[in-house]
Design a protein around this ligand. Structure first.
Ligand code: 1CP
Length: 343
């Protein structure tokens, strides 16, 4: 492989320079993505391996990142379980019949990745072929708690009152579905490795909606189960629980992940102090809003971040997904700033 910096950093091996990629790097901030998106709606893009592969490669070619991430979405898993999903402009993703009654839960199907999510696996095979070793490709999935929240809310939410109400009123139903999701997500991630993914990331995007006690009961155990299954595929696994940095130690210890994502609200020095750096690598964490700055300022902020994380076991990234109104030249400035950094 021409550039395996990312994979080596995941395993805390020495690297000539810190690798960099950007969460949501294949997306709306790129005019080339919007051009493909004019021809096909979002879900068609996701379900057409040639289109998914094309936009997966865009940030590698246009922004110069050190890893690709397969173009897909966390919500394809509940869709494969039988939930009707749409993604409309200006509205975002939406499940038309969110889970509300016990019958809704019982109707959910288990997922055989090769059948229900075969189009993602096919896209991964294509990407691996087309990358031809230039950079590694990352597979991903949503963590059980985050998927359950979307399945019950139907959309993103501010308070997550429907999902959290289930935890209060019917905790057994919640645990049953979370256990099912952990199994499905873990198997799906292993299938992604077999299809060509070289590392995996679990997004627990709504972990921050839970207080410590509920996080420990409803999110962390199922995230851990999914990570443990995923790690049986042999590649490094990254976990990202934005908004839950109070739990960094527990996330690292319980999940056994190779890499822990650090959100932009967390001081890198604090993350380093609290985590066992001989066992876990860190990923992050520039505030995506700093990509609104002019390139010289982006460079300065990025170098400060790299100084704070240090050279060993760090994968540079933003501390959340890139925003759709980011100028592509600023994303390039961020990547270039990492790649030129000398400690
Ligand atoms: O209109 C469009 O073109 C759709 C916008 C879009 C894109 C580009 C959506 C809808 N999903 C994606 C791709 C996507 N989603 C990737 C691609 C790979 C990459 O380049 O990183 C990934 C990793 C995701 C993961 C994802 N989807 C998350 C977790 C990451 C995070 O940001 O926290 C979440 C929460 C989703 C749900 C989702 N899908 C799309 C949107 C707009 C959302 C968020 C909706 C909300 O909660 O309000």
């Amino acid at each position: 492989m021409a550039n395996d910096l990312f994979l080596r950093a995941c395993r805390r091996q020495p690297v000539e320079r810190t690798p960099v990629w950007i969460m949501r790097q294949a997306g709306r901030y790129l005019p080339e993505y919007r051009a493909v998106r004019q021809r096909a709606d979002f879900l068609t893009m996701v379900r057409t391996p040639e289109l998914a592969a094309e936009v997966t490669l865009q940030p590698v070619e246009l922004i110069g990142v050190d890893a690709a991430i397969i173009f897909s979405d966390i919500l394809v898993v509940p869709q494969a379980m039988g939930m009707r999903l749409s993604v409309e402009d200006g509205v975002g993703p939406r499940f038309h019949q969110p889970l509300r009654t016990p019958g809704d839960f019982e109707r959910l199907r288990d997922v055989i990745p090769e059948d229900g999510l075969g189009y993602v696996l096919e896209a991964l095979r294509l990407v691996r072929q087309e990358l031809n070793g230039r950079v590694p490709v990352i597979g991903f999935a949503g963590a059980p708690w985050t998927l359950l929240s979307y399945m019950i809310e139907g959309t993103g939410s501010k308070s997550f009152s429907h999902a959290k109400r289930l935890l209060v009123e019917a905790p057994t139903m919640a645990h049953d579905l979370l256990a099912r999701l952990a199994q499905i997500v873990g198997n799906y991630l292993v299938s992604q490795m077999k299809a060509g993914a070289q590392a995996l990331q679990l997004f627990d995007s709504w972990s921050g909606a839970l207080g410590p006690r509920d996080f420990r009961e409803f999110a962390l155990p199922y995230l851990s189960q999914a990570v443990q299954l995923a790690r049986s595929g042999g590649g490094p696994v990254i976990v990202f629980c934005p908004g839950s940095n109070w739990a960094l130690e527990e996330i690292a210890a319980e999940t056994g992940a190779d890499v822990v994502g650090v959100d932009w609200q967390t001081d890198p020095a604090e993350a380093r102090r609290r985590l066992p750096l001989s066992q876990v690598a860190l990923q992050g964490n520039l505030d995506p809003c700093w990509l609104y700055a002019e390139p010289p300022l982006i460079r300065e902020r990025t170098h400060q971040m790299l100084d704070a994380f240090g050279e060993r076991g760090h994968i540079a990234n933003l501390g959340h997904g890139i925003l759709p109104d980011t100028p592509p030249a600023h994303a390039r400035a961020f990547v270039a700033a990492v790649q030129e950094w000398r400690r």
